[in-house]
Design a protein around this ligand. Structure first.
Ligand code: FAQ
Length: 325
């Protein structure tokens, strides 16, 4: 066993294997589950894809909270479809992670006991209907900005999952923008709600891209492996540049007095989020961390009888097949 471990570690460090792997990445080839890969590549993917999957699942909670209170039947049907899509995204992503040798149950347990993270944004509350519009517009908007380049990520199953996710995510962003536009063009009270939602969700949306590049732990290696295609700050800037004209079109006020067009850079300047708040939220101290994890833990406990039943059924079926052979 020990000899085997030493051998596999030595293989991991084999400079020829590493160079050949990097050359495949540099040529733009996709890495598939059965291909040789460095252990660090596999672990980074499990961390990122797993956290991404958890974000989709936990991300259903703030919006699911408003399904029964949607203002019209049409808005309700749209929101219901969107929240179901997020569950689907979680499932594609868990499947992609499973090809790396970790089970969905293991990933779920790591979420439930706090060993794995999910996106910081879902630790903020959705206080009213305008927040639902703002989530679609800003949160899905930020998610797409991050996910479109991930369609070209080097790991085949992740890249293919992203292609499907992005198609659905663009519908999510559109429905959010449409909902917030309706409010921005509505009564003065409705416009005020839209403005308030924008003001509260702006900085948490910027945080979705991760810490500033100087504090990002994984970016350099992840970009060399094409697990990430851009730095956190590059994508955050793209999001600001895309969203500011939308805010202006809606006739809303900018949520940050620091937003100004910078002619020289060809980008909008903006104020960074409060990074101490971000690190506090990802440590578990955001406004809704406790509620979100409690909701997921309860769902896991409440679903135990379904999992047990399915497992018993599968075992019985396998035993019958075995006996017949
Ligand atoms: N929240 O070194 P980096 C969605 C952690 S999907 C929490 O820069 P990395 C759809 C990071 O894990 C949203 N933690 O890390 C939807 C690391 O800690 P660790 C999710 C964060 O991985 C919409 C540490 O900080 N999308 O919203 C966050 O290279 C509406 C250092 O950071 C994805 O997951 C954060 N925001 O870059 C659903 C996309 N940022 O793990 C429902 C894929 C950083 O060492 C409703 N993921 N951390 O303990 C990625 O692109 C990357 O993982 C980043 C972070 C960019 C998120």
């Amino acid at each position: 066993m020990y000899a085997q471990m030493v051998k596999s570690e030595a293989t991991q460090d084999d400079p020829e294997k590493l160079a050949a792997f990097q050359a495949r990445i540099d040529r733009g080839e996709k890495i598939e589950p059965k291909d040789w890969m460095p252990e660090g590549y596999r672990k980074t993917l499990i961390r990122q894809i797993g956290q991404h999957a958890h974000s989709e699942i936990v991300g259903q909670l703030p919006e699911g909270n408003w399904i029964t209170r949607a203002p019209t039947l049409e808005r309700k049907a749209i929101l219901l479809a969107k929240v179901q899509d997020e569950a689907g995204h979680g499932l594609y992503l868990y499947c992609a992670a499973e090809t790396l040798g970790v089970s969905r149950d293991e990933l779920t347990e790591m979420l439930l006991d706090g060993r794995m993270k999910y996106s910081s944004i879902f630790n903020y509350p959705t206080l009213n209907w305008a927040d639902i519009g703002a989530v679609g517009w800003l949160v899905d908007g930020a998610a797409i900005m991050n996910q479109v380049p991930l369609q070209r990520t080097s790991f085949g199953p992740y890249s293919r999952a992203m292609i499907r996710v992005c198609k659905e995510e663009s519908f999510h962003q559109r429905q959010g923008y449409d909902a917030i536009r309706k409010m921005a063009e509505g009564t003065p009270e409705q416009k005020k709600m839209a403005q308030d939602a924008l003001n509260r969700l702006w900085f948490p949306s910027l945080m979705m891209f991760g810490p500033s590049d100087k504090d990002s732990v994984h970016s350099e290696q992840s970009m060399a492996w094409k697990i990430k295609m851009n730095t956190n700050d590059e994508l955050r800037q793209k999001f600001v540049d895309q969203t500011v004209p939308q805010i202006e079109f809606l006739g809303l006020e900018l949520p940050d007095p620091g937003i100004k067009w910078n002619e020289e850079r060809g980008h909008y300047d903006y104020t960074d989020p409060d990074w101490s708040e971000f690190f506090d939220v990802i440590k578990g101290n955001g406004p809704c961390n406790t509620d979100r994890l409690a909701a997921r833990n309860n769902a896991w406990k409440d679903g135990a009888w379904v999992r047990d039943g399915l497992l018993a059924h599968a075992q019985k079926k396998a035993a019958r097949k075995h006996a017949a052979e």
